[in-house]
Design a protein around this ligand. Sequence first.
Ligand SMILES: [Zn+2]
Length: 99
Amino acid sequence: MKKVRRNRQHAKFARLRRHLEITADLLRPRRIRTRSARYAAALAEQLGLIQRPGCCSWCRRRRRLERHHWDYQEPLNVTFLCGDCHDIADSMNNQAITA
Ligand SMILES: [Zn+2]
């Protein structure tokens, strides 16, 4: 691996750690924590820690996939879903909160 590439990789890990820290910091506003959870998942995917499947994890359609967070306290626990399934998953989350 070339030096430049390795440094870039290292910088991404540093940003990932930073965003994971922000996500876990309950003193911060929720919108900041959820934003960092999304950044952390995106970085983890770029670094190969999270694998994006070729199709939606639920309906198996080959469409543009979105990362669904079940719990922003677990920023790297995501499911890759198409837009339709993501809507269903979000409504499940909302029910869990209001139940
Ligand atoms: Zn789907």
